[in-house]
Design a protein around this ligand. Structure first.
Ligand code: FAD
Length: 317
């Protein structure tokens, strides 16, 4: 189903999961087991599962294979699709494959250019049919009308290519006006900053549902690498709590799950967004703990819910 229809059919907050395609067959088998467990009782069903796409189509086959397995589990898929450094035919093939599999949701992305030395050795540079994500949004709409529900990326901290927040929000609005239906955000740790950004989006006339990307901290080194890469500001209070435990992986993981639980509660408590998107890094334990901490697991309420829409509004009532 289309994600926006699923969202509007619910009166309680939802969650989605993001996974990347593993490199090996054994990795795929493991991941499919994890997805199955994360989508089974007593945990609430995810509204959808998103599958990432390697820039330039580098994971095209593996992404589509993972997406197909997820469809076969009876789950709705959001396929990420980047458009630069990729032949237009590859975009067409991916979209056709999605239609054949019944996938109705695409996260339309620009992707990042390959590093310069990789570019220099390429004997067959791909002509730039698409320059930005808005080109892909327009293209999908033109070729496939309303078959696909299209998402785009949003940046609570402006993208590094943007001059400033004004510029960043301008291009987000352009993507929305080109036909995007929903927004999934880059990760962030400053919840107040995120909520202010959502309000600014609304003031600028961006009315699409905004789904915040939540990345539970899994270990200190990878967290530091990631926030440097995305230039994501981290509140001093979080750094002050993390630094003393930085070499204790189990403590960092526990802290990460508790922090994400607090963030999700505050975000959903604001009623400004309808649900959250968990960047799982293909790991199971943290998101499981967060869903349990939130009281969304039916085991926490002493039994299974027969309701098709999982009742996980306790926290924000
Ligand atoms: P764009 O929307 O094109 O924006 C890029 C920059 O250009 C911004 O500064 C923007 O303000 C500016 N801009 C936008 N449109 C125009 C225009 N028409 N003219 C001039 N300037 C413009 N990458 C992957 O490779 N695979 C993935 O699966 C993946 N998943 C992601 C999921 C999420 C939720 C997010 C937030 C990012 C993801 N990315 C992924 C990373 C993404 O590809 C990069 O952040 C990329 O640098 C920008 O992609 P975009 O779609 O936001 O680009």
């Amino acid at each position: 189903s289309q994600l926006t229809s699923l969202i509007s059919s619910r009166d309680v907050p939802f969650h989605t999961f993001e996974f990347f395609p593993p490199r090996t067959e054994a990795g795929l088998v493991n991941l499919l087991d994890r997805i199955r467990r994360l989508a089974s009782e007593p945990l609430p069903a995810p509204l959808a599962v998103s599958v990432t796409w390697g820039a330039g189509g580098s994971t095209a086959d593996r992404s589509l294979e993972l997406a197909e397995h997820v469809v076969k589990m009876g789950l709705d898929v959001v396929l990420h699709l980047t458009c630069t450094n990729m032949a237009k035919e590859k975009v067409d093939q991916a979209l056709e494959r999605c239609r054949a599999l019944g996938i109705r949701n695409i996260l339309a992305l620009r992707g990042d250019p390959p590093r310069s030395e990789e570019y220099a050795v390429s004997s067959d540079p791909t002509p730039d049919f698409f320059k930005h994500a808005d080109d892909l949004v327009r293209y999908i709409r033109a070729e496939h009308a309303d078959y696909f529900c299209i998402g785009v990326a949003g940046y609570p901290t402006p993208h590094s290519d943007s001059e400033n927040e004004e510029d960043d929000l301008h291009w987000l609005k352009v993507k929305c006006d080109a036909g995007a239906d929903f927004i999934i955000t880059q990760l962030f740790y400053d919840v107040d900053g995120f909520l202010n950004w959502v309000k600014t989006c609304r003031e600028k006339g961006i009315s699409q549902p905004i789904i915040p990307g939540i990345m539970p901290i899994q270990n200190f080194a990878s967290f530091r690498r990631l926030v440097n890469l995305t230039k994501c500001p981290v509140p001093d209070a979080i750094m002050a709590e993390l630094e003393p435990i930085s070499s204790d992986d189990a403590a960092v993981k526990k802290y990460g799950a508790e922090l994400a639980t607090k963030m999700v509660s505050q975000i959903l408590g604001s009623k400004l967004v309808p649900g959250v998107h968990f960047c799982t890094l293909n790991l199971e334990k943290s998101v499981r703990t967060i869903l349990e901490n939130l009281g969304w697991s039916s085991a926490a309420s002493g039994g299974r819910s027969n309701s098709p829409a999982p009742r996980h509004n306790r926290l924000i009532e």
